[in-house]
Design a protein around this ligand. Structure first.
Ligand code: GDP
Length: 365
């Protein structure tokens, strides 16, 4: 007998028949995780219909380092290109704590309220935050993340700044094809990423703070020169006077810079992201800039220059990658470097030898 307790001997005791234990691994999990594999044409169709799930999956392919994924991604991008280009692209930068998240949330909600569709992307190659943490970015922009007309995507995490930036640029194309008419590209405002962002947006917005002593706050002069608008955040409570003073100082500083190529003189505004003050004016400023640069032809000129820039960036990336991953080069590079260090050959001779080796190797293939 399986259970002696059930013997008549033990009155009042009965062991029921049990059921099998649940397995430690959920057998249904696989089914749930299985994603439909779309063809490039299905991806494009989904994106053009504004299907956010498909858009997200396509962006994941763009961000992937896998060769097969890149092949599919490039095909999708190519087919989306004719439907792209119609959005207002805005770069937003500011040091950590300047209030980017708070401001993007409020500013974004203002635009959604006006019936616009907003994609928020980021370029942040250094950040731990961006390592796949969508939730991190979603909680940073609480109101926006609940909006169906907003698409928030953290910075692609892998690779060099150039690589990360290129992925963001390609993601812009997909978002535009999906019907997003406004794109924000956010960066942290302390490194090189501003230049990359500047090369993919129409308007560059710099968020600054008042009353922190040095008014230029470690923001490099170069970044200020790139700005089409400087907005001074936290102009609320006791801080209003300080913010106005900072605005005046920035206006003065801007006068010392050479005139910008666009013919536009950068504006300085104060606002409060937290209390939702002065947000409308920021959007109006961007509207004026668009009108101004479309009229004088700068808008198209800049977009063309950017397209050219990205073509050469891609060529440079590919060349570099092919050169450094070439087995013949990999074999000799260390030795040649040592020869330079030993003063046996000059840097230039060394470089020429390596290039000759590479060119001979690829032409023999
Ligand atoms: P980020 O690091 O640039 O994204 O900055 P956050 O948006 O996270 O803001 C940093 C801090 O500044 C937070 O504690 C915010 O609550 C605060 N903050 C942001 N905007 C304002 C504002 O307009 N006024 C005030 N007083 N505080 C703000």
């Amino acid at each position: 007998m399986e259970h002696p307790e059930n013997d008549d001997l033990y009155k009042g005791l009965k062991v029921n028949k049990g059921v099998a234990d649940v397995p430690t691994v959920n057998p249904y999990l696989k089914k749930r995780l299985q994603r439909k594999e779309y063809t490039p044409a299905e991806f494009v169709e989904g994106i053009l219909k504004g299907n956010i799930t498909i858009l997200s999956q396509a962006v994941t392919l763009v961000e992937s380092a896998k060769y097969e994924h890149q092949q599919v991604a490039q095909e999708i991008i190519e087919k989306c290109l004719p439907h792209a280009g119609k959005s207002v692209r805005i770069g937003i930068t500011g040091v950590p704590g300047a209030g980017k998240s708070t401001s993007i949330d409020v500013f974004g909600m203002h635009l959604i309220g006006k019936g616009r569709k907003l994609a928020v992307l980021a370029i942040d190659p250094s950040s731990e935050r961006s390592k796949g943490s969508i939730l991190g970015d979603k909680t940073r922009m609480e109101a926006l993340s609940r909006e169906k007309n907003a698409f928030i995507r953290p910075s692609p995490s892998a690779g060099s700044l150039g690589g990360v930036a290129r992925k963001t640029r390609e993601t812009i194309v997909l978002c535009e094809a999906a019907g997003f008419d406004t794109v924000f590209v956010e960066t942290v405002g302390v490194g090189q990423s501003e230049t990359a962002v500047h090369s993919m947006v129409d308007f560059f917005l710099l968020i600054q703070l008042a009353g922190t002593g040095d008014e230029l706050q470690g923001i490099k002069r170069g970044i200020m020169e790139m700005a089409d608008g400087i907005i001074i955040n936290k102009a609320d409570g006791d801080n209003i006077d300080k913010a106005n003073l900072a605005a005046a100082q920035f206006r003065n500083a801007l006068h010392l810079f050479p005139p910008s190529e666009s013919g536009w003189f950068p504006k300085v505004l104060t606002y409060s992201g937290y209390y939702n003050l002065g947000i409308k004016e920021i959007w109006e400023m961007i509207g004026k800039y668009m009108e101004f640069t479309k009229k004088n032809g700068y808008f198209n000129h800049k977009r063309n220059e950017q397209a050219k820039y990205w073509m050469y960036e891609s060529i440079n990336d590919t060349l570099r990658e092919k050169f450094y991953h070439n087995p013949a080069v990999e074999n000799r590079l260390g030795i040649t470097e040592q020869q330079v260090l030993n003063n046996e050959i000059s840097s230039f001779v060394a470089a020429k030898r390596m290039m000759d080796l590479f060119l001979a190797d690829i032409s023999g293939k």
